[in-house]
Write a protein that binds this ligand. Structure first.
Ligand code: SF4
Length: 469
């Protein structure tokens, strides 16, 4: 997510640059909403940021305020209807919303508002609908123009789960982080403007400087008067639980979270992995790209030379984030190819960030053996992923998670590797070097910081299929 308030600047082009820097967070659809003070224009479509926007679409998007979004779906299908920003036409000129995360009380909220299945397409759409219903009737808005802010103060405390939001009406830019801060959101400053972004590199690319992370449970409102902080949630709900996988896999290596650069944390994960699970080998290699910094750390600590064993097609995005299993499996072959001269006749340490379904590691091991590797020792810079995530990462149900259904020796056999070792949770937290920071690690421990209803699925808002007969 990205948002910018910058009168006199080309906000649509800045939003494009910001979204382009955040493309790794979602690749299903992209969109932006721009306000010129009187009207809000929304442009969104399926596909990557560069598929959706070009000069022809950006030039007419004139204004002083914009939000943008790239989608990775966790509730609601991957369709045009569910692309974001979500827009509602209420009050003066309506408002737009972008959401990162996944609500856990979607079903209760929809039922409480009397919404029949199929009325809203995603949890984000549901939140927009709840906000729209809190807007005063036409012509009865607040004289200070703070209808959106007032509606949010009523709706936000009713939401549960993971939600970072960027919102806007014609005159205000709003950023919100849920009381646990599962998903990141940071604030940046421009000469004469403000920026909100999921990750700090999106500030760098437009020349903004990092001010701070939005705190868990904080709402910021940015307008002509500056930037104000509000606290919409009761203090007892506020407990920082940043997704630990932001450090392992999700965030860009040049992103700063909890004041730590992600790349350094990944390198230290590799160092601790080498200390924890040493092995005799000739070459350490990483599975591109998020396995590479940990591989460098492993090599540095172990003294085994580091080298490249796989070439990644740099024009292909993440496979994990692809919406179905077939696309993920085909994606590995399209994405990675071995460097035969580097790996032939060698005992390899292959470092990767996580094993979810094992699709990548199985394919990679086969490729490396076919290319002549004599041994493949897999080292994973996170603990076994045993539980589903309900807070914004659709890694699959328990039945799809390898480590939920197999012992570590069985996983070793299934993947076809000579040995396998996972970084312990204790070492993972140590590697991040943010000692007082709070983390969610529910997919590793099964301890969910926010209660999850047993009925929660991606299709929670859809009309149930006809039962036949
Ligand atoms: S369950 Fe795992 S992936 Fe989901 S938010 Fe928590 S740490 Fe992140």
């Amino acid at each position: 997510m990205f948002g910018v308030y910058a009168p006199g600047m080309p906000v649509a082009f800045m939003t494009f640059d910001g979204l382009y820097a955040l493309q790794h967070r979602g690749q299903e659809s992209a969109g932006m909403a721009v306000s010129d003070g009187d009207t809000i224009t929304v442009v969104k479509d399926m596909g990557l940021v560069t598929n959706v926007f070009d000069e022809r679409t950006l030039v007419p998007l004139q204004g002083h305020l914009a939000i943008g979004h790239t989608r990775y779906s966790t509730t609601g299908s991957s369709t045009w209807r569910n692309a974001q920003p979500v827009y509602r036409s209420v009050g003066e000129a309506g408002f737009a919303l972008g959401h990162n995360g996944n609500l856990t009380n979607t079903e209760t909220l929809a039922a409480g508002a009397g919404m029949l299945p199929g009325v809203v397409g995603s949890d984000s759409d549901l939140v927009a609908e709840l906000i729209a219903r809190r807007f005063p009737a036409e012509g009865h808005g607040r004289s200070d123009g703070r209808d959106l802010e007032a509606a949010l103060l009523e709706v936000l405390p009713t939401l549960e789960g993971a939600f970072s939001f960027v919102l806007m009406d014609t005159a205000h830019l709003v950023g919100v982080r849920d009381p646990n801060g599962f998903r990141p959101l940071c604030l940046g400053r421009l000469d004469g403007g403000w920026v909100l972004a999921s990750e700090s590199p999106a500030l760098d690319v437009i020349g903004a400087h990092f001010v701070r992370e939005i705190e868990p449970g904080e709402m910021v409102v940015i307008d002509a008067a500056g930037c104000r902080t509000l606290r919409p949630f009761p203090a007892e709900r506020v407990e920082p639980k940043l997704c630990i996988f932001e450090f392992v896999y999700i965030a860009r290596p040049d992103t700063h979270l909890y004041a730590k650069e992600v790349h350094g944390a990944r390198r230290r994960m590799g160092e601790l992995l080498a200390e924890q699970a040493p092995v005799a080998a000739d070459l350490v290699m990483g599975v591109p790209e998020s396995g590479v910094p940990a591989a460098e750390g492993f090599a540095r600590h172990s003294g085994i030379p580091y080298g490249q064993g796989l070439v990644k097609n740099r024009y292909i995005g993440r496979t994990f984030i692809a919406p179905n299993q077939e696309m993920r499996a085909a994606g590995v072959r399209r994405k990675l190819n071995p460097l035969r001269e580097n790996v032939a006749g060698k005992r390899l340490v292959v470092v990767d960030d996580s094993v979810v379904r094992g699709t990548t590691q199985r394919a990679v091991t086969r490729m490396l053996r076919e290319a002549g590797a004599t041994e493949v020792h897999l080292r994973i810079s996170s603990p076994p992923w045993r539980w589903p995530c309900f807070y914004g990462i659709d890694a699959g149900s328990r039945s799809e998670l390898l480590a939920a259904n197999m012992t570590v020796p069985d996983i070793q056999e299934y993947l076809g590797v000579d040995s396998i070792a996972y970084l312990t949770l204790e070492n993972l937290v140590r590697a991040i070097e943010a000692p007082r920071a709070g983390f969610c690690a529910a997919c590793l421990t099964g301890e969910y910081p926010v209660e999850v209803p047993v009925t929660l699925t991606k299709a929670v808002l859809e009309v149930p299929a006809a039962s036949g007969g």
